[in-house]
Design a protein around this ligand. Sequence first.
Ligand code: GTQ
Ligand code: FE2
Length: 354
Amino acid sequence: MAVATAHADPKHNIKNARQAYYDKISKYHLAPLWEVLKGLVTPEPKTQMIPALWKFPEVEKLMLEAGDVITAEEAERRVLVLENPGDPGKSKITNSLFAGIQLIMPGEIAEAHQHVASAIRFVLKGKGAYTAVEGEKSSMEHGDFIITANWAPHDHGNPGKEPVMWLDVLDMPTVNHFQASFANHFDEKMQNVNHEDGDSFERYATGVLPDGAAADTFMKRSPVINYPYAKMKPILERLKKTGDIDKRHGARVRYANPVNGGPVLPTMGANLSLLPKGFKGEPYRSTDGTVFAVAEGKGTTVIDGQPFEWGVNDVFVIPPWKRYQHTVGSEDAVLFSISDRPAQEALGIWREGN
Ligand code: GTQ
Ligand code: FE2
């Protein structure tokens, strides 16, 4: 009787036979694709990351407490990581990007180092700090967009009187995906500065190029260190005035490599967008995971059906392929954004939709 029931259900027998087969092949480091195929080749992008927003007043308060707990020297970099709540503990805001808020107190320096991961900074609050990148000592003002390319030496300092905070976005999850990270610390705490503030912008981004500089199509990173907000904002105002307003993105510019029009970095691309008062954006989605920082104004972004209300210096994240829609009320707003779009485009996998 007992023997008969064991064989009565053919499905059960097949299941057992399969499991025995899987167990057997696993000893040879082999596994059946057919059990996992649907999860690997998904019909639409799949992500564990979720939309999230960090309110600046809260972050600022907590950051200033970090100033009491650890010195910049001890921390090397005093940064609070913006952890995507969908994947905590991984130091990721999207699968490919790291983001954090960095604080440097008056009198502090963050020592010179270099690494394969590229970084961008978007300056949030405070005056009087600088970042020195590849020999250019750049002052940091609210809204400035500063790049630190792959292997570029960099150190920061705050000879001013106020705490200074900025958004860091790095591609280290991308670099670490390829397991290709190197880093190096210099014996000298600070770099030799041989280019004054604004040097690379003036040299490369004002319609002329240093004579003899090739229009290098394949140049992977922009030669410009700092794209100052004071130079970008009037361009947005021009676009607004002439009605060059994208229905999804507002009056938007793309930060470009002035030598070839390409992205500022091979792994990360950035935009700055003015949303005119009363703007009701149409829905948009794309496969790049995008981090937004609010330079000016306030508004609401509905992400995957959920409203996120933002104000100045707030940071929010849109995971890949989540539909989003910006709206603003009675005043203009300016949004900075950064994503892994250039990396995806280089690989031919980037897609957008509505
Ligand atoms: O300022 O050099 O947020 O190397 C993470 C890694 C900042 C930096 C971060 C870094 C830095
Ligand atoms: Fe660094």
